[in-house]
Design a binder for this molecule. Structure first.
Ligand code: VG1
Ligand code: CO
Length: 550
């Protein structure tokens, strides 16, 4: 076998964002673009001899091409073994599970997650460390530094490998092991939950579930686990075949892109009682009750409040963590349970240290991400199994559990407004201006179009001090706290690939039951108006309204 060393020139835009490097497929397909990045990752890994790498992706367009390139580069780098998902498939949580189960040194996950796919869509690549979690900022910064100076990369000169059959083969001195993408992950979930109890739920005549895999990677996982192991009727999982372009859909499980599912749960003739969906790479989840979209922040709080009903957590939780923009509903539960609640920046990589150190057992984000300490990624199907366990043990419907939760803890009414693909400079101007005025906002009184007045208590730019390794992450979002306990957060997305995406997170706490059934956007109207007054969103972005409200 010959290793070819290819001369290359560096690209200046290979800086990983919130979750790996994401670009349009056309950019990734440029000569040397993918190879430069992969070589930069291997350079930061160091001497790869004797090491084991896990490799797989969400099956989106370009997954098959990239898998072959990476296998050949991994062999050239000297890895002892590469565990690759059959046909190049591994969901993000399954990749994390495989890394941990096989004590691999790291893993490459090919995905742009919730971003659209297809030839005109997005592609992405992410490196995870030996704990199964996304590489930390020190590691991703190092990749970027190397990528700016790279001059050559090494690749085996050989035909493409057959990765359709499970089993081992060798490429030069590297063992390439094609693995069943579902097996390790399914076994791990089985060890955490009471599958017999969930089976009785599926046998109940008043329980009917729909799981929408959005034509993305979770289809085969959900089919095998829900319909195979848990006895859900065939047809429970819909859109179950992963498609390279997700069937033209946006694989993001939120009320806009999974509107069908929400409608189905409001259609009595279908007889559905519980709905769930996941994203492109299977780490996100959305849960829906009858006539009720359950906000991810509330879902996290309900899971934590009822965690003792799940075998893996029956002895209680060490602590919980949420990303800063996530609503503070879970904080109230943590307080009632007498456990710590950590607040981290956006992105799963910040939870890794807390999970490794045993400080947190369950973590969550407002963007439909929830996960436990069984892996180091958020985990869509795991979250759904948490819900199914709780439904099975309590015998209650999801919407009842949520309403009982509000009655006990009050409701953190919550919404996120996204302004997608705005002008990059406009986005930066808006944030820079906010950062500048934040220290002057305390005590300021704003009169809204409704004549309602609101007083700001304090505002800042969130800085995270990692309690485990002492690292500091600055500029993680502008937080505006109101005197009445409400909060607005502003930040720019780190996963978009076109212009800039402004995210505005709105949260208002109420323990007045009269508000519980009011439309969320109505309850939040004063905050929506205030956000525009403080940040001049319409004026600076030229947009009159958000593109996506979740
Ligand atoms: C978004 C979400 C964030 C999530 C990240 C990766 O990041 O807000 O909570 O961790 O996507 O999720 P951003 O920077 O665009 O706000 V996934 O499922 O796309 O890997
Ligand atoms: Co995802």
């Amino acid at each position: 076998m010959t290793i070819r060393v290819i001369e290359t020139t560096a690209f200046d835009d290979q800086k990983p964002g919130t979750s790996g490097l994401r670009k349009k497929v056309a950019r990734f397909a440029l000569p040397h673009y993918l190879e430069n990045y992969v070589q930069s990752v291997f350079t930061v890994v160091g001497d790869c001899h004797g090491k084991t790498l896990v490799l797989g992706g969400d099956g989106r367009f370009y997954n098959d091409v990239a898998i072959q390139v990476i296998l050949k580069m991994a062999a050239a780098a000297g890895f002892a073994r590469v565990l690759v998902g059959q046909n190049g498939i591994l969901s993000t949580p399954a990749a994390s599970a495989v890394i941990r189960e096989h004590k691999a040194d790291g893993g490459i996950i090919l995905s742009a997650s919730h971003n659209p796919g297809g030839p005109k869509g997005d592609f992405g690549i992410k490196y995870n460390l030996s704990n199964g979690g996304p590489a930390n900022e020190t590691f991703t910064d190092a990749i970027f530094q190397v990528s700016k100076k790279i001059t050559q990369y090494a690749i085996e000169d050989c035909p493409d490998l057959n990765i359709a059959q499970i089993g081992e083969q060798t490429l030069d001195k590297t063992v390439i092991e094609v693995i069943d993408p579902v097996a390790d992950y399914a076994a791990l979930l089985k060890s955490l939950f009471d599958f017999e109890s969930i089976k009785t739920l599926f046998a109940r005549p008043d329980f009917k579930m729909r799981y929408d895999a959005l034509n993305a990677v979770t289809g085969p996982y959900a089919k095998r686990i829900l319909e195979g192991m848990l006895g859900a009727p065939e047809g429970t999982v819909v859109n179950a075949t992963p498609l390279a372009d997700f069937g033209g859909r946006h694989p993001d499980p939120n009320p806009v892109y999974a509107a069908d599912l929400i409608r189905a749960l409001s259609t009595p003739a279908l007889g559905l009682s519980f709905g769930a969906a996941s994203d492109g790479d299977g780490d996100r989840n959305m849960v829906v009750g009858r006539n009720l979209f359950i906000s991810p922040s509330d879902s996290l709080a309900v899971i934590v409040a009822n965690a003792r009903l799940i075998p893996a957590y029956e002895k209680g939780l060490a602590g919980v963590a949420r990303s800063m923009p996530t609503s503070r509903a879970v904080d109230r539960v943590a307080e009632a349970l007498g456990i710590s609640c950590y607040e981290t920046p956006t992105g799963w990589k910040f939870f890794g240290n807390l999970l490794d150190a045993g400080k947190a057992t369950i973590c969550g984000e407002e963007s439909s991400g929830t996960g436990g300490n069984h892996v180091r990624e958020k985990d869509g199907l795991w979250a759904v199994l948490c819900w199914l366990s709780i439904l099975a043990k309590t015998g209650k419907h999801a919407e009842t559990l949520v309403r009982e939760h509000w009655a006990r803890f009050g409701r953190n009414v919550y919404s996120r407004h996204d302004y997608e693909g705005i002008d990059r400079e406009a986005g930066q101007t808006l944030m820079a201006r906010l950062r500048e005025i934040a220290p002057t906002l305390a005590g300021k009184c704003f009169t809204l179009p409704s004549s309602h007045t609101m007083v700001i208590d304090k505002a800042d730019d969130f800085t995270y001090h990692d309690p485990v390794d002492g690292s500091v992450s600055e500029h993680q979002g502008i937080r505006v706290f109101l005197k009445d306990g409400s909060r607005i957060v502003f930040r720019l997305s780190g996963t978009g690939t076109v212009g800039a995406t402004l995210r505005v997170y709105l949260e208002r706490y109420t323990d007045n039951p009269a508000h519980y059934e009011e439309p969320v956007q109505t309850t939040l109207k004063p905050l929506i108006d205030l956000a525009d007054q403080v940040a001049h969103i319409r004026e600076i972005t030229g947009r009159q309204a958000p593109d996506v409200i979740s």
